[in-house]
Design a protein around this ligand. Structure first.
Ligand code: PXG
Length: 291
């Protein structure tokens, strides 16, 4: 495995960053997770744009422009000879002093790892996930924007621990007001009477790239899609439910808090979206290996 760090490639054993890096000391940095399929990177520009927006929001100068980060991402996949997988981009504040002052970190560090990722079992993709509501609420916009894909994922990690302790595959996160935001690493959607609904970004959801693909697919299928504030009631009484994320892709959710959603089986619109999503990922995206 070859890993990119600040313009150089290192073997896995030698791919190391300093213990004085503020990404480690303070979670001061941002990241992206991107999938590639069949020699093509899916929605690469959207991910790069979000990475730069995340960095901008925390006053982090990446030190490279979008084209350079895009090229480094493609080159990292090429160096590893991969056709299908997952690429993780991490930008940290870089090396500084003890003391959180970012002004003392002269240069950001950029790390790119091309590998694989599996979040849920194939059984879960076929029969659907069980979701439980977590007591841990999504971070409010006034503390740290949940729009920022920051290295500070403790909020989500704590929710994930709750879900795991409850024996569920995923955890539902509400915002401070009790409205549905998202799951620990996925956006959530329901289908009711043929209409798709998902919480708005203002609820505390990340503006997921896969979420935006579902909007495109709904348009293609002529299904209307809405973003009202949602509560658990909407999920309990839905016909179908599914989650989306780069790592998760599109996955059915069949129970919330032990209650079956709809008939407790993956629904027809969910299945149709999954099938079309698979076609899109296999046939679109930035070519990694040019002929
Ligand atoms: N919400 C949160 C909090 C996320 O972290 C999503 C929604 C879905 O967004 P995208 O753009 O991926 O459709 C995410 C993304 C992991 C992992 O390591 C998590 C994500 C992506 C890749 C890997 O668990 N979450």
């Amino acid at each position: 495995m070859k890993i990119y760090i600040d313009g150089e490639f290192y073997d896995k054993e030698n791919a190391k960053i300093s213990v004085f890096d503020h990404g480690l000391l303070y979670g001061d940095g941002v990241f992206e997770g991107i999938r590639f399929y069949n020699g093509r990177v899916f929605r690469l520009d959207e991910h790069i744009n979000r990475l730069f927006d995340s960095a901008r929001a925390i006053c982090l100068n990446i030190g490279l422009d979008k084209a350079a980060v895009t090229n480094a991402t493609l080159e990292t996949i090429r160096r590893n000879g991969l056709q299908d997988g997952y690429v993780r981009l991490v930008v940290t504040r870089g090396v500084g002093d003890l003391g959180l002052n970012p002004a003392l970190c002269p240069k950001a560090s950029v790390v790119i790892i091309a590998s694989k990722i599996t979040l849920y079992s194939s059984e879960n993709y076929k029969h659907g996930l069980e979701v439980v509501t977590c007591a841990t609420r999504r971070i409010p916009h006034g503390a740290l924007s949940p729009m920022v894909k920051s290295l500070n994922y403790l909020n989500n990690v704590l929710a994930k621990i709750e879900a795991q302790n409850a024996g569920a595959g995923e955890g539902l996160m509400l915002n401070e007001q009790g409205f549905v935001a998202e799951c620990t690493g996925d956006n959530i959607f329901i289908v009711k009477n043929g209409v798709i609904t998902t919480p708005p970004i203002a609820s505390g959801a990340l503006a997921g790239v896969t979420r935006s693909v579902v909007f495109d697919l709904a348009g293609e299928f002529g299904i209307s899609i809405h973003e009202p504030m949602m509560t658990r009631y909407d999920i309990y009484t839905a016909d179908e439910c599914f989650l989306t994320g780069t790592a998760a892709e599109v996955i059915p959710a069949v129970k919330l808090d032990t209650r079956p959603i709809g008939d407790g089986l993956p629904g027809p619109i969910t299945k149709k979206l999954i099938a079309r999503f698979q076609e899109l990922t296999a046939s679109t995206g930035e070519l990694i290996y040019h002929l």
